[in-house]
Design a binder for this molecule. Structure first.
Ligand code: PMP
Length: 302
């Protein structure tokens, strides 16, 4: 099936959606993006929390003063139309806004901003997701809001994630856990983190320079619905070593149990009961099997 990318209002064949090698955002990381998932349901594909992702996309643009050439409504429509055009049942959706200008130099004044929407198949992000993954606490700290805005989903921010992830993989772990400059647990390279201790769910708050994840927010709301309290507070890294359960949460990573940190086995070294309960509920919701959170789904075909 031929696939297309929405590119500044037109559908372009997947292989033909290209830019110049000197493109500002390619050279300097000056783009902003989103990562959204669409899941199969009984009523066709449904996009999970589309409006929340759009809000964050436009907030990222605002933080970086990127003048968006399309409205939120136009990008919303483009995302739905791209899903329909590519006839995908499930997809990872990538809206991306960038300076599409090949003149060397940092100054963005007057530079053209382009927006694309791509849809790609993406099953599981981590190979051993179901059994749990191993993590290493990175020697690299998470970017701090005095240096770069962690709340914006900007391309350049991800150099921080990439170097931490590379270090973790180089030492045999599956993923990195980054701490804030203050030394508190922040998040994974592209995932928020939750730990379970004595029946409570604990996750770093925004003060730990995290990206405010939409999956994170969903989990807090799901847990509340299940009668599990979530505490947002600073977490010391040794608390991770001694917690009962630990998992990552993110659009791509979904809910990924963590079985070890720096070689310390977490709980019984396999997905714990609270992780499993929340995860089951999450997958019921994204697949449209739970009516309580039905407002989180945007059906592609009506
Ligand atoms: N933190 C970072 C750094 C991320 O890149 C992501 C993925 N977007 C997340 C957390 C999780 O956010 P979300 O649940 O909105 O995908």
């Amino acid at each position: 099936m031929k696939q297309y990318i929405w590119f500044d209002g037109e559908f372009v064949e997947f292989e033909k959606a290209k830019v110049h090698v000197l493109t500002h955002s390619l050279q300097y990381g000056s783009g902003i993006f989103e990562g959204i998932r669409a899941y199969q349901t009984d009523k066709g594909p449904a996009i999970f929390r589309l409006d929340d992702h759009l809000k964050r996309f436009f907030n990222s643009a605002k933080i970086y003063s990127i003048k968006m050439p399309f409205s939120e409504g136009e990008i919303r429509k483009a995302i739905i139309e791209t899903m329909i055009k590519n006839k995908l049942e499930e997809a990872y959706i990538r809206p991306f806004a960038f300076y599409n200008d090949a003149n060397i130099g940092l100054d963005v004044t007057g530079k053209k901003v382009s927006v694309i929407v791509a849809t790609v198949p993406l099953k599981t992000y981590f190979k051993n997701k179901d059994k749990g993954i191993s993590c290493k606490i990175s020697s690299w700290h998470r970017i701090n809001s005095l240096i770069l805005p962690p709340m914006a989903k900007a391309s350049g921010n991800y150099i921080n994630s990439i170097i931490a992830s590379l270090e973790a993989k180089g030492s045999g772990a599956d993923e990195a856990i980054l701490t804030s400059v203050e030394g508190y647990v922040a998040e994974g390279a592209a995932e928020n983190i939750f730990m379970v201790k004595d029946g409570l769910l604990i996750t770093p708050s925004r003060e730990a320079d995290i990206l405010l994840g939409i999956t994170r927010d969903s989990i807090i709301k799901i847990a509340e619905n299940l009668g599990i309290e979530t505490i947002e507070r600073n977490i010391h890294k040794e608390e991770l070593y001694t917690c009962d359960e630990l998992f990552f949460a993110g659009t791509a990573a979904e809910i990924t149990p963590i079985k070890s940190v720096d070689g310390r086995v977490i709980g019984e070294g396999k997905p714990g009961p609270i992780t499993k309960t929340i995860s089951d509920k999450y997958f019921d919701i994204v697949h449209g099997r739970d009516i309580l959170f039905k407002d989180w789904l945007t059906y592609v075909k009506n």
